[in-house]
Design a protein around this ligand. Structure first.
Ligand code: NDP
Ligand code: 2IT
Length: 445
């Protein structure tokens, strides 16, 4: 057993009950082997062990009352994984599936993603097993206030800067910031990102993850001489990332033919994205309502990846492990040539290995969905400078950042003599090299 295998075996023993974290750690560690081969001294310095151990995990109780006055208790977490490159940075997820293993996988991915943005931010993630579905506004408000009553002790504009993720959008960020503001009695706008425009938010943050995903995919297409015009696209999810990925894909001439939510999916050759925004963003409803209201298209229960659809590109933008090997095979059978992740880890490692075997272009989320957190960092910059850039200015910076991330991947492919389509190893190597260099330079970090 070599150093890397030993560290992975140890991790399996310690964190065997956290399958998503093991999956993420395995994917990163397997692909950064060349760094350790070039630096045998890293074993002595326990660099891998330091990389996979969170600096701090905070778990707390979140008691809140529903509209009937009944008390509920949820669990809250903040995993402050790495502050090597800057203040901890990463979203908050409110979803009943949330547990410590999921928080750790997300925080771990965030370290390398944030490194790729080239902006000075460390990696973190937080959230709760609270289910926002079907809750009234006052219930959401009370939950957010209780959550922040504890989280406030651990964050700050130069310490840890949370943002949104699944189940946490502008409404929740507003309630969280309001509570932080009241407790601290100081403005400190840079403590959260994804804020509303009236109290320190950045234009284009809402669109940034989805738009950035498409900007990254366009760079991949350019490099592979694939014309986006007329390509049929599947976008899974219909939340923040999915909606703006679909919008930008359509603006760039792709034809989005299917979208989904947690209950089912719609297939429509004449997709009405405004109606999807109305149903999902404004009404917080279900996609099953779509065909009757659009008067075209069809709705099916289940996963969009179990359907036999013909599409050349897929943008998975819902949640982790949406696509396993059998679904990956279906995508390839349907003619899929490019898959770029908007969600975090929506493909299993087996699915990714299959794409590699089949020569399918594949972008891992830590590269292709980094536009969201990058624009969060731009929001932090604007807050520090006490000014606001225009939508066009932010969008232009976002495009430059996504191009730069793509370029870092291409450079890593050349530097490490990788398979020209191996964006997975490239992103892991480029991101990890930066974190490791800083970690070693700072001594016993
Ligand atoms: P949202 O909560 O806005 O949307 C999530 C979407 O996924 C909803 O349409 C939801 O359906 C659907 N969904 C949830 N669970 C499942 C499931 N088990 N199967 C199928 N669909 C499901 O979240 P975001 O758009 O913000 O996040 C989506 C993904 O993107 C996550 O992986 C997140 O970590 C990642 N991400 C988010 C960023 C951001 O800036 N927001 C940045 C980078 C990555 P329903 O409406 O029925 O609940
Ligand atoms: O997964 C992610 O990158 C996010 N949810 C965005 C994090 C952020 O701090 O904007």
């Amino acid at each position: 057993m070599d150093y890397l295998e030993r560290v992975l075996a140890d991790l399996k023993e310690k964190d065997g009950a956290q399958p998503e974290f093991l999956q993420a750690a395995e994917e990163v560690l397997q692909s950064i082997r060349p760094i350790f081969e070039a630096h045998p001294e890293y074993e002595e310095q326990a660099v891998l062990e330091r990389l996979i151990e969170p600096e701090r995990i905070i778990q707390f109780k979140v008691p809140w009352r529903d509209d009937q006055g009944k008390m509920h208790v949820n669990r809250g977490w903040r995993v402050q994984f790495s502050s090597v490159l800057g203040p901890y940075k990463g979203g908050l997820r409110f979803h009943p599936s949330v547990n410590l293993g999921i928080m750790k996988f997300l925080a771990f991915e965030q370290i390398f993603k944030n490194a790729l943005t080239t902006l000075p931010i460390g990696g973190a993630k937080g959230g709760s097993d609270f289910d926002p579905k079907g809750k009234s506004d006052p219930e959401i408000l009370r939950f957010c206030q209780s959550f922040m009553l504890e989280l406030e002790k651990h964050i700050g504009p130069d310490v840890d800067v949370p943002a949104g993720d699944m189940g946490v959008g502008a409404r929740e960020i507003g309630y969280l910031y309001g509570q932080y503001r009241r407790i601290r009695g100081a403005s400190e706008r840079g403590v959260l990102t994804g804020k509303g425009l009236s109290y320190g938010g950045s234009l284009a943050r809402k669109e940034a993850t989805g738009y950035g995903l498409i900007y990254f995919a366009l760079e991949m297409m350019k490099r592979s001489h694939l014309d986006p015009q007329g390509l049929r696209a599947i976008v899974s999810g219909s939340g923040n990332v999915a909606i703006y990925a679909a919008e930008k894909a359509m603006q760039q001439g792709m034809r989005v033919i299917a979208m989904s939510d947690s209950k089912g999916y719609i297939v429509d050759e004449a997709l009405d994205l405004d109606l999807i925004k109305q149903i999902k963003e404004k009404e917080r409803g279900a996609l099953s309502e779509y065909p009757a209201r659009a008067k075209h298209g069809a709705y099916y229960p289940g996963s969009v990846y179990d359907a036999d659809l013909a599409a050349e590109v897929a943008f998975p933008c819902a949640t982790q492990n949406e696509i396993d090997l059998s679904r990956a095979k279906k995508l390839v059978l349907g003619g899929c040539r490019l898959i770029a992740e908007g969600a975090n880890m929506p493909n299993t490692n087996e699915a990714i290995a299959y794409y590699r075997e089949q020569g399918v272009l594949f972008a891992p989320g830590k590269a292709s969905n980094a536009g969201g957190v990058a624009t969060s960092a731009l929001e932090m910059s604007q807050n520090s400078m006490r000014l606001s850039w225009t939508f066009e200015e932010v969008d232009e910076k976002l495009q430059d950042i996504m191009k730069a991330i793509h370029e870092q991947c291409v450079q890593a492919i050349e530097q490490y003599h990788l398979d020209p389509k191996d964006y997975v190893s490239a992103a892991n190597l480029a991101g990890a090299a930066k974190v490791i260099e800083a970690m070693v330079a700072m001594g016993d970090y």
